[in-house]
Design a binder for this molecule. Structure first.
Ligand SMILES: NC(=O)c1ccc[n+]([C@@H]2O[C@H](COP(=O)([O-])OP(=O)(O)OC[C@H]3O[C@@H](n4cnc5c(N)ncnc54)[C@H](OP(=O)(O)O)[C@@H]3O)[C@@H](O)[C@H]2O)c1
Length: 178
């Protein structure tokens, strides 16, 4: 079975970026950066949207990159074997799972509509949210089809258990798992 984990950092009011192109590394805590690094060491594949991919090039990571540019899964750069464009409007989740392999650990890394997609199809076993002590008031929301404040009720209704701890004096890590 494929294990899907979603992680993101956001402001207290649920924004993952101040605007498209904003680099969260500029406002996330060192503890969150460490958490991301630890998660990346444990997984087989990452999944992200095209913009996040282009903002964070890394030739060594296995990536599925969502885009509407392609009709069929397609290698992004012939020199990098394990980075693949995938269009979920046209190709099915089973096609995605055939690429990443049966017992893979997958880390979903944004942005908004990639979060939406996986929350909607309800395959995520763990969600890790770093809540930084910041308020943006506007920007890119963590999800677009649900208000961030309603996320917890949705996840509890789907049998996730919530755990919470401080990563430092003011940054909170919220973990939902099932
Ligand atoms: N705080 C965090 O933890 C965190 C995490 C990740 C990203 N970010 C930030 O968020 C921003 C990027 O997020 P974003 O939401 O603007 O963009 P994004 O999700 O990274 O990329 C958007 C693009 O991905 C493709 N895409 C996304 N969902 C799709 C779907 N369901 N089906 C088909 N294609 C899909 C489309 O590509 P095409 O246009 O090619 O069709 C879309 O234009 C950046 O500033 C990044 O730094 C923050």
């Amino acid at each position: 079975m494929i294990n899907y984990k979603l992680m993101f950092a956001c402001s207290k009011d649920g924004f993952i970026a101040k605007k498209q192109g904003d680099n969260p590394q500029l406002w996330t805590s060192k503890e969150d950066k460490e958490l991301l690094k630890n998660n990346l060491e444990k997984i087989d594949w990452t999944i992200m949207g095209r913009v996040t991919h282009e903002l964070n090039p890394n030739i060594d990571r296995k990536r599925i990159v969502f885009t509407r540019k392609v009709q069929e899964p397609q290698i992004i750069n012939p020199e990098i074997k394990n980075q693949i464009y995938f269009n979920p409007d046209i190709n099915q989740i089973s096609d995605l799972e055939n690429i990443i392999g049966k017992n893979s650990n997958v880390l979903i890394l944004g942005g908004t509509r990639v979060h939406d997609f996986f929350l909607y199809i309800d395959v995520i076993s763990e969600i890790e949210i770093t809540l930084e002590p910041l308020v943006f008031e506007k920007g890119l929301p963590a999800f677009s089809f649900i208000n961030f404040k309603d996320l917890e009720d949705l996840l509890i209704s789907r049998n996730y258990k919530k755990r919470e701890k401080y990563l430092n004096e003011s940054t909170i890590l919220i973990n939902y798992s099932r």
